[in-house]
Design a protein around this ligand. Structure first.
Ligand code: DO4
Ligand code: MG
Length: 288
C-alpha cells in the first residue's frame, strides 16, 4: 500500500490531497473520504486495515501522470542515522584523519549516530531540485531507506530519502556536520510511503543510485538494505529516547553507496534513487 501527498496540477499550492497509489498507475483521492493529513492514517491503531477499508469506498481516481507528487511529509521532523553500513564507515575514515576514530567507534558502539536533518517544510519533493552548497568542493547524494514512525515511535511505513552531503566540510572537522548536512534543499523524500512492510522483507530490498550528467550516466551504485548493521527498531528506539514527536518522525537509515573520492556532483546533474520495494526518487541538482 502506497500513500502519497499530491496536488492536482491545475490547483493552487494549498490544495494538498492525500492519495493511495494503485498498481494501475492511478491515485485514489482519500481526501474525498475526509482524510486531509497523512498523520490521520499513520496514527491509526492499524493503518493497513484503515487504508484497506478506505480503498473499498467509491472514491475519485486520477491518473498518476496528471497529479503533482509532494513530499510525503506533513509535520514530521526528519532525522538521519549515520555510519550504519561498513561502506559508509570506510569512506568517512578515508575522508578525514581528524575524525577517523570517531566513525570507527560509532559504528561499533551501542548508541548509533543520529542527527537532525530537516524541518518538514524544507523537504524537497520528487522532481524538485536538491542543493549543493556553493562553498563546498565535494558534494554527494546519499541514497537511504527512510523509516516512517508515528508519534508512539512505531514504524508504520518506509520511503526513500536523499541525505545530500558536503564531504569536504564534514571531513574538515566533525563539528561542521550540521553545515555539511543541513542547508537549503539538502533533503529530498519520496515518492510515497509504503505501509506495513515487515523489517525482514524490507531487508531484501535493493537500493540503486544513478547520477546523470548531460544525458549520460556518470555514476551507478547498488547495495542491499540487508547490509544495514542495526535493526530498524533499535534506531527508532534511540530516536525516541528522551524525545517527543507529536506528529511522528522520519528517520533516514544511512548510506551504503558512496561514489569514488574523485566524484563530486555538479549543477544540473540528475540524482535517481531506486529502492526495489518502494519506487524511484529523482531530483535535479542546483547550487545553493
Ligand atoms: O557522520 C557522518 C554522516 C553519516 C551519514 O550520513 C551516513 O552514513 O549516511
Ligand atoms: Mg547519510
Amino acid at each position: 500500500m502506497k500513500l502519497c501527498r499530491f496536488k492536482n496540477k491545475d490547483e493552487h499550492h494549498h490544495a494538498t490531497r492525500i492519495g493511495l497509489v494503485n498498481e494501475d498507475s492511478t491515485v485514489t483521492d482519500l481526501t474525498a473520504a475526509g482524510i486531509e493529513k497523512l498523520t490521520r492514517l499513520l496514527e491509526a491503531e492499524d493503518p493497513v486495515a484503515l487504508v484497506g477499508h478506505l480503498a473499498k469506498l467509491s472514491l475519485p481516481r486520477v491518473p498518476l501522470a496528471e497529479i503533482q507528487l509532494l513530499a510525503p511529509v506533513g509535520w514530521q521532523e526528519v532525522w538521519a542515522a549515520g555510519v550504519t553500513y561498513l561502506r559508509s564507515k570506510a569512506a568517512r575514515m578515508e575522508e578525514s584523519d581528524f575524525s577517523a576514530s570517531a566513525y570507527d567507534k560509532v559504528y561499533a558502539a551501542e548508541r548509533p549516530e543520529i542527527f537532525f536533518k530537516s524541518l518538514p517544510q524544507k523537504v524537497v519533493a520528487p522532481g524538485e531540485v536538491v542543493g549543493i552548497r556553493r562553498d563546498a568542493k565535494w558534494s554527494v547524494p546519499e541514497p537511504e531507506l527512510a523509516l516512517v514512525m508515528n508519534s508512539r515511535g512505531k514504524i508504520v511505513g518506509h520511503t526513500i530519502g536523499n541525505d545530500m552531503s558536503s564531504r569536504d566540510i564534514e571531513g574538515e572537522n566533525l563539528l561542521y556536520l550540521p553545515q555539511a548536512k543541513t542547508y537549503q534543499r539538502s533533503c529530498a523524500i519520496g515518492p510515497w510511503i509504503v505501509l506495513g512492510t515487515p523489517e525482514a522483507q524490507a531487508r531484501e530490498w535493493t537500493i540503486k543510485l544513478n547520477i546523470e550528467r548531460d544525458g549520460k550516466n556518470v555514476f551507478s551504485g547498488e547495495t542491499s538494505v540487508g547490509q544495514i548493521k542495526r535493526q530498524f527498531e533499535e534506531l527508532a528506539e534511540f530516536l525516541f529516547r528522551s524525545q517527543v514527536f507529536p506528529f511522528g518522525a522520519i528517520l533516514l537509515t544511512g548510506t551504503g553507496i558512496v561514489p569514488p573520492d574523485s566524484f563530486t556532483l555538479n549543477e544540473c546533474d540528475v540524482v535517481r534513487i531506486e529502492i526495489s520495494g518502494i519506487g524511484v526518487l529523482q531530483n535535479p541538482v542546483m547550487l545553493v
